[in-house]
Unconditional design. Structure first.
Ligand SMILES: [Zn+2]
Length: 431
């Protein structure tokens, strides 16, 4: 992409050289080792656009690697032709050009790619790509971790990773078995809600001692962000019910709502005491066919008002509700805007919102980039290109309007891509 402003080229050149902090990602290990050219094209979030442009049946055919390229190509081409201009498609195009030297998606291109598929299980290759993207640190959200590896500090991180504490499973407990799964690695037997809360604090403390830099919660995939503030007795009643009869399994979220809400508030108190920020998924969700209303960041108003000593990093630019997030960030000192993932969900939305954010909220509260893939350093690289483009376009437009000076634009770019997150997550990276 390219901006229209006279200052665009110079600013983009400056931004290209900046180190960046990847504010949100899910790379537990280096992966994948690609086994099929279509896997390079239809992967990560782009699968959703392809599905949205075709059908559930077609996406199965496209992803069936036992079929030949010739068999899958007509189905893929039809969907590609209907969705090749989205932000996700741009990621695929950048990957095709950079790593396979292919300008267009054709059957011939796919055949040529067959023998040079990237092996991203190779840590050296993976890290080299991150280095090309100048990624200095990555805030990683890994949900499947054996607690014992955190406690004895043997857990191995992917390159440049800084860990977050994955919250949802700790407050979405629906059964005795769910509690036991959390408690057993510590060799504890839980018999009351108080004991469970103590257990959670000990786990979170161990994560912090390991080096975790934030909490992370993505419960909005399953439940509304409108947390109530129930009394402890309501939470205890539900907890005691399934604990005294291990055969009882409650539904989520409706069956345990007061417990879920109560624990979430308890965990916010722990975040305050551990002095760690809380990253929360807001806005658009991965996959298709989910309910967007429940994920609007404005649902968090009560949480933000009450927990004033907790710093919240609200994700994905709350796409498509930019106005609500700008409001929250402007009005609450403990709210930051995080553009992770959003830069590829909707590049033009981000260009506009960055401009609006500069003119409405303190720019020191904006985090400009987060790749949000699982592995896939190739796509994280492409995502970083789009994020740099978006920021350069937004800021150079503001220079053209004489809203900012050229020097202001450079300073803001550095803050959005590096300084703000370095300070917010207390990463202490020197450049
Ligand atoms: Zn994510």
């Amino acid at each position: 992409m390219k901006g229209n402003a006279k200052y665009y080229n110079e600013l983009r050149g400056y931004i290209e050289e900046l180190p960046i902090i990847d504010c949100h990602d899910h790379s537990d290990v280096c992966k994948p080792k690609y086994i099929d050219p279509v896997q390079v094209v239809v992967n990560g979030y782009f699968t959703s656009d392809i599905q949205s442009a075709s059908s559930d049946r077609d996406i199965q055919i496209i992803n069936d690697y036992s079929l030949s390229l010739e068999e899958r190509w007509p189905v893929l081409k039809k969907a590609w032709d209907r969705t090749c201009y989205t932000g996700y498609a741009k990621v695929t195009k950048l990957v095709l050009k950079k790593f396979y030297n292919e300008e267009d998606l054709t059957l011939e291109a796919l055949k040529r790619m067959k023998n040079k598929l990237l092996d991203l299980e190779n840590e050296k290759t993976f890290k080299k790509i991150l280095d090309e993207a100048r990624i200095a640190a990555r805030i990683e959200n890994i949900t499947e971790i054996d607690y014992r590896q955190i406690a004895d500090r043997s857990y191995k991180l992917s390159p440049y990773a800084r860990l977050t504490i994955p919250l949802p499973a700790y407050h979405a407990v629906t059964s005795y078995e769910a509690v036991e799964r959390i408690a057993s690695p510590l060799g504890r037997r839980i018999t009351s809600l108080d004991e469970y809360i103590d257990l959670c604090f000990d786990i979170f403390k161990a994560y912090k001692d390991y080096g975790a830099v934030a909490f992370k919660d993505q419960s909005a995939y399953q439940r509304s962000l409108a947390y109530g503030n129930p009394v402890k007795a309501g939470a205890e009643k539900i907890f005691n019910r399934f604990m005294e009869d291990p055969r009882r399994i409650e539904s989520y979220p409706d069956g345990i709502r007061p417990l879920d809400d109560y624990l979430f508030h308890e965990f916010m108190r722990m975040a305050r005491d551990l002095k760690l920020p809380v990253q929360i998924h807001t806005g658009h969700m991965a996959g298709i066919r989910n309910d967007i209303v429940k994920t609007n960041a404005v649902n968090l108003t009560g949480i933000i008002e009450l927990h004033r000593d907790v710093r919240f990093d609200l994700f994905h630019a709350n796409w498509p509700y930019s106005g609500e997030l700008l409001y929250l960030c402007k009005n609450y000192p403990n709210v930051s805007i995080d553009f992770c993932w959003a830069n590829i969900i909707d590049p033009v939305y981000c260009q506009n919102m960055i401009k609006q954010a500069i003119s409405s909220v303190p720019h020191g509260k904006i985090h400009g980039y987060g790749s949000d893939f699982v592995g896939a350093a190739d796509r994280a690289w492409a995502h970083s290109v789009i994020a740099r483009d978006n920021i350069a376009i937004a800021l150079s437009d503001l220079v053209e309007m004489e809203y900012l000076t050229a020097a202001d634009a450079k300073k803001i770019a550095f803050d959005l891509l590096f300084n703000n997150a370095n300070e917010f997550f207390n990463l202490k990276i020197k450049v």
